[in-house]
Design a protein around this ligand. Structure first.
Ligand code: 4GS
Length: 223
C-alpha cells in the first residue's frame, strides 16, 4: 500500500514513520508514506496556499489550485489512487472501513488546516471524505495518521503472527481482558481458567468475556 499525504506539516508524519508497526511495514516494503508539502505548489513567492473566504467571516480557506496541482502530480505515476479528505463531514472511520481501504493499492490523504478547503476541491478532486470522529481537531494530519495506522494493521504481514485477528472489532466485538505476571497483586488474582493450561476452556472463556464486555460497554455493537 502506498500512502501519499498532502499537508502543510510533513514533519508530523515522522511520528508514525519512524517507530512501531508502520515503521516495520515500511522496512518490509509492504507500505510507503510519501508526504507532499502543499506550499511547494503555491503560485507566489510567499508560498501562500490560503485566502480569505468569500462572504466574509473568520479564518482562511485553502485554495483550489495548489491542491489540484499537487493531486495531479501524484496521479502522474499513480493514476488510480483514491483521494480521501479528512473531515468531520466524512464517513466515520470504523474497523470495516479500514479493512476495505486496506485492499486498495494507493490512497492519497488530503489534510486540511484553517477553516478547511474550497468546496470545489471536495466536489471535483476528492473521491471520499472520512472522519475520525464527531469532534474537531486542529488539522487533518492527526486524522490521516489515525487512518494510516488503522488501515496498515489490516494489510497482511504488516503485523507479525496475525496479531490483528484478536483485536477489538475484528469479530465485531470488544477484546477480552488480558493478564500477565504476577498471578496475585494486592489481593487481585488472575482468573483461574487462564492458569489451567486447558486451551479449549480458555477460548470459551475469552469469547464469553468478549460478549459480556461488549454488552456492558458497547451494547450498540451487538445490534
Ligand atoms: C477531522 C475529523 C477534523 C476540521 C481540520 C476543521 C481543521 C478539522 N478530520 N476527522 N479544520 N473529525 N478536521 O476535525 O477528520
Amino acid at each position: 500500500m502506498r500512502f501519499d499525504v498532502i499537508t502543510l506539516f510533513p514533519e508530523m508524519f515522522s511520528a508514525i514513520k519512524e517507530e512501531g508497526v508502520i515503521a516495520r511495514g515500511i522496512k518490509k516494503s509492504l507500505l510507503s508514506i510519501n508526504t507532499w508539502q502543499l506550499r511547494d505548489f503555491s503560485n507566489n513567492k510567499h508560498r501562500n496556499i490560503d485566502d480569505a473566504p468569500y462572504g466574509g467571516g473568520a479564518g482562511m480557506v485553502m485554495q483550489v489550485k495548489p491542491i489540484r496541482d499537487c493531486i495531479n502530480k501524484i496521479k502522474q505515476d499513480n493514476p488510480k489512487t483514491k483521494v480521501i479528505y479528512l473531515s468531520p463531514q466524512g464517513e466515520q472511520l470504523t474497523h470495516n472501513l479500514a479493512k476495505e481501504l486496506s485492499e486498495l493499492d494507493s490512497l492519497t490523504l488530503l489534510c486540511g488546516r484553517y477553516e478547511g478547503i474550497d468546496e470545489r476541491v471536495i466536489k471535483h478532486d476528492v473521491d471520499m471524505e472520512v472522519s475520525i470522529g464527531d469532534y474537531v481537531i486542529s488539522g487533518g494530519e492527526l486524522g490521516a495518521m489515525v487512518l494510516i495506522d488503522a488501515v496498515s494493521r489490516q494489510i497482511p504481514d504488516v503485523l507479525g503472527n496475525q496479531e490483528s485477528l484478536n483485536d477489538s472489532f475484528a469479530n465485531g466485538l470488544l477484546d477480552y481482558p488480558h493478564y500477565t505476571r504476577p498471578e496475585v497483586i494486592d489481593g487481585q488474582s488472575v482468573p483461574e481458567v487462564l492458569l489451567s493450561g486447558h486451551q479449549a476452556n480458555i477460548d470459551v472463556w475469552r469469547s464469553e468475556q468478549s460478549v459480556k464486555k461488549t454488552r456492558e460497554k458497547r451494547e450498540d455493537l451487538l445490534k
